[in-house]
Design a protein around this ligand. Sequence first.
Ligand SMILES: [Fe+2]
Ligand SMILES: [Fe+2]
Length: 254
Amino acid sequence: MNNIPLYQSSSHRFVLLNESESGEESGVHSNQYLIEHQGAGVLLDPGGFGVMPRVLAELLKYLRPDQVRAIVLSHQDPDIVGGISTWLEMIKAPVYVSHIWMRFLPHYGLHDMSQFVGVPDSGQALSIAPGFELQIVPAHFLHSEGQINVYDPESRILFTGDIGSAMMPMGMERPFVDDFEAHLPYIVGFHQRYMCGQRAVRCWLDTIAELDIDMLAPQHGPIYRGRAVRDFLEWIAGLRCGLDLLQPGGRFAT
Ligand SMILES: [Fe+2]
Ligand SMILES: [Fe+2]
């Protein structure tokens, strides 16, 4: 899959910067996103070390690295942060991540944390450039204790990090979810095991209730659009996961 514009107007676009379909080390495939507004860019979850050269090549089709005005890390996992020290050799912009992960990120080989901004638990507004405003939305415990989403009011796309992520079998990758029932087998197990519990889900749903959402853009797997957005939100509202299922001895009662 090459990169895919999810929204495009004369001044604004939201692009899935997919690394190519083959050879992403042996880990799970991940999505990287660029939001671009009149020559200013924001990079969402730039990815692990192994995918960095390909993501950079896709980014360069739209912007120079010095036009990237912010990087957002949805959480602390290696599939998101693993390449960050290399990115920061060319991007001198703030990097937003939950404040609770600031003390752990130096272990990714970061010697200078001065570019990092700790996002408060309640999220924050991001003013990138005149007319370019984003919202960082809290999604704690889904799955990370300090998880953040990014809402773009112009495209009405909510970047959800691991929420909504799918583990697609080889050869089944596709860019969009249009038939939610057919998509369920690829998300059930991941959400039951990686998402921390229904209380966290309910808090997140209340947090995003007022947002006008056209697409949900997760960090792994296809993007939810159209009816699949509502179908996913209704499904996850009733999902028992994580602590809801945990039993003594490390078993999960699914
Ligand atoms: Fe994760
Ligand atoms: Fe992930």
